[in-house]
Design a protein around this ligand. Sequence first.
Ligand code: URA
Length: 233
Amino acid sequence: MKLLKHIANLGYGSRKQVTQLFREGLITDADGEVLYVDDQLPHESIRIEGEPLDPPPGLILMLHKPTGYTCSTKDSGRLIYDLLPPRFRLRSPVLSSVGRLDRDTSGLLLMTDDGALLHRIVSPKSQLDKVYDATLAQDLRGDEAALFASGELVLESDNTPLLPAELDATDARHARLTLHEGRYHQVRRMFAAAGNHVQALHRSRIGGLGLDDLPEGQWRILDAADLQRLFGA
Ligand code: URA
């Protein structure tokens, strides 16, 4: 792909704006040699104002989402994209979240521009567990673990029963829930079906991948070893 298109697709500006960067001699190779719009060069060899380019397409990252941020490109409030470099919102192919977390849910969120990878992660075939820590408004009754594990619970406005899920209570108001599917507001609706209310919700794990010590509001790019952990290899 020509440099102009490649760089514009990474969100550095419209083709017109990126052409101007070339005109100003700001786009060089690693030795500082000025490059031109139709040059073809490996991604790693390109510099803009002396800085390496953002990662090429095929990007996957994990974000420690704080509460208060929406998984959307155009809500009027705080967006997950506000936590990333501004260019990431302008990339083509688009960088999108892998599934969603509610605005009031914190924790591990994956984002990728790789459609095939996204589908592999959300595909039921991959069977990636998702682990949530819930803080509840009322004490657990004691029958929730059996209800959630039954494979017979049908949530309001759903037609099919939920897959069995595992609940481990830490104390009367705190529980860890492991899901093997992802339905709309699933955790909140499950506890609502059990007569409770989720006050705080945090996702700590997807497949074999946890947040480790990534601070809230921070992100990092995943490498091949992370993907192996994600898919449990
Ligand atoms: N279940 C929910 O209810 N909310 C989330 O954000 C994720 C799972």
